[in-house]
Design a protein around this ligand. Structure first.
Ligand SMILES: [Zn+2]
Length: 429
């Protein structure tokens, strides 16, 4: 196996080092290291490869919007080395056959590790538990389960699911949305929805489910993960739960860290998303929660849709936005440019903590000797104009036209470059 040295990289703690890779491992970190092959990383920050706990890859069934391959390439461009693929495919990933199919497609693509998330209930219908144990024992080794897109709203089912996965160290990732409070809902319930005449989606629809489920987790002694927090009160509830010692983790999406419901005034459905964009006060609370550790991770909720489902009337449009290729830039803007946190915190919320929540042992170890060489090199000073197209097959990109800080320059996945000089490596296998 030949060596490669990444020269003069800045770690998240500020140290400038050389990093030697042999095969798929980091074997040495120091100064003045040399090898036949080297990459000059002067001015670049080396972070542990990002891990997304919430990605929609759309395969099987919706390949016009995204495939495991196209989504994996988008992820690599965003600095990711692992993604967790949500279960709302067609057929639904509620059994061993589908999760194994997605897992193998990920290996075949070879750009990131694709870890399938299993559905909590059969067909995401919220009526009976899916084959959680069979999915856990399958080749895909599923540990995260979610009906994302839908809430596990029946408290008895949610209780049984949490009890069941506790036996093998699994976790339920809840999409918190009380269906009775969101019938026909189109956007955040507030001043803007009243002015536009669009049906409002109250924050309490999310907050009430989070409150219920942290109490369930406490009574069962189970752990719980909450998807895409969107309101200030959701942050307050999770903060309260953590102070009480409840084993809960939470995520926030890039779009909820930057965008607000004012964008609905454009009537452009690219800004239609579930949960909806909220107010500037909510954005501020989400950023503060992410900086102070109440919110554990940034997860993209990358949700590709074909143009016919987004380029239409607001009411008819699908919910969701793409985000894999812009997430790190938005996190840099929300955490670092804002002065709220540093690169070490960004590395935690984009890599270390999501890997820990999901139990991904090959990811999230940091840039340390002996770890698998999953490394993202970021140019922190770059400014880039966001434009389509991207590696994703879909173009529902809410940041199009924005100028965002930072650029992923190189991504190493298991010791091999998947992105070089900000371009996808065409052949990785
Ligand atoms: Zn969701």
């Amino acid at each position: 196996m030949s060596d490669l040295v990444i020269k003069n990289a800045t770690l998240s703690n500020g140290d400038v080092v050389d990093i030697r890779l042999t095969g798929d491992r980091i074997v040495e970190i120091g100064e003045g290291l040399d090898a036949e092959a080297s990459i000059d990383a002067s001015g670049l920050i080396a972070l542990c490869g990002f891990v997304d706990l919430h990605t929609h890859l759309r395969e099987p069934g919706l390949e016009a919007a995204e495939t495991v391959l196209s989504g994996s390439r988008a992820a690599a461009m965003g600095g990711y080395t692992a993604v967790h693929a949500m279960a709302n495919t067609n057929p639904v990933a509620d059994n061993a056959a589908v999760v194994e199919q997605v897992y193998r497609l990920g290996q075949l693509a070879g750009y990131v590790d694709v870890y399938p998330i299993g559905a909590v209930t059969v067909g995401l219908r919220g009526e009976q538990l899916a084959e959680l144990g069979t999915m856990a024992k399958s080749e895909a080794n599923v540990r995260v389960f979610s009906d994302d897109g839908k809430c596990v709203s029946d408290p008895l089912l949610m209780k049984r699911a949490m009890e069941y996965v506790k036996q093998f160290g699994g976790v339920i990732a809840q999409h918190a949305q009380d269906p009775a409070l969101t019938v026909g809902a189109q956007m955040n319930d507030g001043t803007v929805s009243s002015e536009l005449g669009l049906t409002g989606w109250p924050g309490v629809a999310e907050e009430a489910i989070i409150a219920r489920d942290v109490l369930l987790a406490e009574s069962l002694g189970s752990r719980l993960h909450i998807c895409h927090l969107s309101t200030a009160r959701s942050v307050d509830i999770v903060r309260w739960a953590k102070q009480r010692g409840i084993n809960v983790t939470a995520e926030v999406t890039p779009h909820h860290l930057l965008l607000t419901d004012e964008l609905a005034r454009t009537y452009d459905p690219v800004y239609k998303v579930n949960p909806p964009l909220r107010t500037a006060t909510d954005v501020e609370a989400l950023r503060a929660g992410l900086a102070d550790g109440t919110i554990d991770i940034v997860a993209t909720d990358h949700a590709p849709h074909p143009s016919e489902l987004k380029e239409c009337e607001w009411d008819a449009a699908a919910f969701g936005m793409i985000g894999l290729e812009t997430a790190a830039s938005v996190a840099q803007l929300a955490l670092i440019e804002s002065g709220l946190a540093d690169w070490s915190r960004l590395e935690q919320v984009m890599s270390l903590k999501p890997a820990e929540i999901a139990g991904d042992s090959d990811h999230g170890a940091g840039i340390v000797v002996g770890a698998i060489a999953n490394i993202t090199l970021v140019d922190p000073k770059a400014k880039r104009q966001i434009s389509n197209p991207t590696q994703s097959k879909s173009s529902n990109n809410p940041f199009e036209g924005f100028t965002l800080p930072g650029r992923i320059v190189h991504t190493f996945f298991r010791g091999r470059l998947t992105v070089r000089d900000s371009r996808i490596v065409e052949q990785v296998n």
